[in-house]
Design a protein around this ligand. Sequence first.
Ligand code: UGA
Length: 426
Amino acid sequence: MSTVAVIGAGYVGLTTAACLAHIGHNVTCADIDEAKISQLNNGEIPIHEARLPELVQEGISKQLLKFVVGAQHAVTTSDFVFLCLPTPQGEDGRADIGVVLEVVEEISPIIPPRTIIINKSTVPIGTNDSIQATIQRTDISVVSNPEFLREGVAVTDFLQPDRIVIGATNKEAGERVAALYAEINAPIVEVDLASAETIKYATNSFLATKVSFVNGLAAVCEAVGADIESVTRGLGSDQRIGSRFLQPGPGWGGSCFPKDMQALVRIATDAGYEFDLLRAVIEANEQQFDRIVNKAEALLGQDLAGNNVTLLGLTFKAHTDDLRNSPAIEVAKRLAAKGATLTAYDPMVKSESGIPQEIRLVTSMEQALTGSDLALVLTEWPEFTRANWAGFINTMNGPRVVDARNVLDRKEMVELGYLYDDLGRT
Ligand code: UGA
C-alpha cells in the first residue's frame, strides 16, 4: 500500500482517486472547491460516472479514501502526488498550464523527500520538464502518466486499460510508479517524458481523425448508394484499422478532443511543422455540424425559420452529463441562427445552465415531440432507440426525424411513415 495524494477532483482526479483506493492504496484527494469536497465527504458524487459512486463509498468506508480542501492538506505525508488538473484551451490554441504550475509551486516546499509527482493532466510537450525545474529539489522526480479515460466508462478504463504509459527521466521513479499499478493487468509502456506527453495528444488526435474519416465516408456512402454499416464492418475487420471508433455521428466533441486537436496543431507549428492534416480534420468536424443542419432543412423541404425543431440529446455523447463542446449544442446554435424554434430533451440534463438560451428544455420525449415539425437525434441515449416511435407519429406535427447517431431502425421508421434521414445507411 502506498500513500497517494490526488490533486483535482474532476472527472480524471475523482476516478483516479477512487480507483487507486479500490486497488488498495491510501488516497487523499484534494480540490479547491469547498462545496464539492463537502459533497464528496457526504458520499455524493458531483458528476455522472458509472461505478464511481460505489467505488467512492467503498473507499470512504474502508478508510482508504478521503477528501480535503486545498492541495497542501493532502501532500505532506504522501509518497506520490498525482496532478489531475485542468489544462483549458488558452490563447492561440495552446493549452493553458497555469493551474498546474501554480499547484506545483504551492506543494514543492512541503512534499516529503523522494515524493514522486505524477502528472496526468494533458500538457504541452516539455511541461513535465518545466515542472521539474519549478520544484527546485533534486530529491523529487516528475513522471508523466497520461490518462486515457473515456467519460461514462472511466472506471472500467482505469481498471482494465489497454496500456499504462509511464514517461520518466529517472528510471527508478518510473519503476516505482509502475509498481503502484501492480494490481492492474495491463502492459506498461515505459518511455521518456516528451514521448509520454506526445502519446496522449497522438491518441486523441488519431481517434478524432478516425471519427471524422468515418463521417466523411458516410457522406460518400450516401452519394454512391453504399451502406456505411456494411462498409465499416469490412473496414474495421482489418486489424490494422480496428472496428472501434467507426460510428458516424454529428461530429466529435467533449472536453478533450477539440482542445487537444488545437493544442497539437499549435505544438507542431511552434516546433516548425505545419500539421495541415489535423487542421483539415478540425475543419471537417465543423462541416459535419453544418451537414446535420442541411439534412434538417432538406427533410423539411423549406427554411428552418418558424419551424418547431426537437433536439433529442444535448450531452456530447451518451452515458455522461457533460455538455462541454457538445456537437448537439453546436448543431442547436446553427439551427437557432436559422430561426428554428428549439425544444430539447436529454435524460441526463435537468438544468438549463450550459445550454443556449434559445433552447426550451423539457423533461420527457413526449413533451419534446409534441407539435414538433422535425426531430434530430443528437446523442445516442438508449432511451431514444427503445422509444415507442409508432406512438409518437401523431404527437408530432410533421413526422420527420434526422438520426444523427444512426441509432434508430431505419426500415422501421420508414415503414411507420416517418420522413427519415441518417448518416450513410441504405
Ligand atoms: C476521450 C478519449 O477517448 C479518452 O481516451 C481520453 O482520456 C479523454 O478523451 C481525455 O483526453 O481526457 P471522451 O472525451 O470521454 O474521451 O470521449 P470519447 O468517448 O473519446 O468520444 C469523443 C467524441 O467522439 C464524442 O463526441 C463521441 O460522440 C465521438 N465519437 C466517438 C463518434 O462520433 N464516433 C465514434 O465512433 C466514437
